[in-house]
Design a protein around this ligand. Sequence first.
Ligand SMILES: *Cc1c(COP(=O)(O)O)cnc(C)c1O
Length: 365
Amino acid sequence: MSQQIPVERISDLEFIRPPEIAEPDCRRSSELRRLNLNESLQPPSPNAISAMTEALASAESYPDHSCAALAALLASRTGISADRISFGNGSGELLSQAATLAMEVGDEAVFPVPTFPVCIKGVHIAGGKVIEVPVDSDGVNNVDAMLEAVTPKTRLFYLCTPNNPTGGAIGAPGLLKAIEKVPDDCLLLIDEAYHEFAKAEGSPEVLSLLKARNGPWAVTRSFSKAYCLAGMRVGYAITSSNKLCQAFWKLRGNFNVNRVALAGAVAAMKDEAYLQSTLKTLIHQRNRLAEGLQNLGFEIFPSQANFLTVKTPRKASALASHLAKYGLLVQSMPWPGGFGSLRVTIGDAHDVDQLLRHLGEILTG
Ligand SMILES: *Cc1c(COP(=O)(O)O)cnc(C)c1O
């Protein structure tokens, strides 16, 4: 019998892809407020913009595949040597690589649900089996229940802290339990796309807790969120050993981090003042939004990220459609049952005012 092309596990893949907003002229629409993608609603640091502008003038030339400048900067900030850091076209690419390098066909991977779906897609590509464990009532990964789901076939254990789409970060006791109890033949993968926000609010330092782990681990982070560079696509993975890091590197496409992105990431990281002001504004607006939504009868999931998820007192999809009429795009979800929930990216003061105004209209009008 002839081989089916594409092979079954690839043709069976679901089309999981980000919400699409067409940009026929390659420009962001000025009418839409995209509060549905957890990207930044403010531009990158002016220093990053000038570094990227300068890099554009060398666009004819391939970038530095080793990402040496960024690697050195990250090594000095984290205390982890540069030979344990790999780079991706966004951290999503690294999440998929983690499944590829850790799993054989038929192996198992444990995930919280709901969570960010990119690594799950990687497991399907690898031919692995996804074991889903509901988050706790605060929307935080339920580490105890996830550990109970581990079997001798588990090769990947994925934590997302703060978790997308709920917003809550795992406390130090939960992290330590995972660090100690996830078996040594299983990759502990910690997705810290919202690291900078969580750190600003005193969440545990995942990297220092990981010193207690004997087995393999990787932490992924992104320039898409706190550094306001989602359009540039840069992420990195910090790994437990040079050997594991090399496996990530082997899976990299050639020159997967482009020259402009690299220049932007380095300059953004060096502009600590801009990062701090981004974080401060964001936390302030998130608190305003949380308070306003609570007053309107929404139930808040605690968030240490750049978005807020709330259980809605009316059908979530209807509320999202109402907001869309005013150009405010938010993400509605059927989870966790009932009327579902809305995930709202934190924008500026005006966005928060508009959200509260238009939700108030429909709920009290
Ligand atoms: C946004 C996000 C990412 C990845 O983003 P990249 O733009 O690919 O770096 C990864 N994980 C989570 C949980 C996210 O929310």
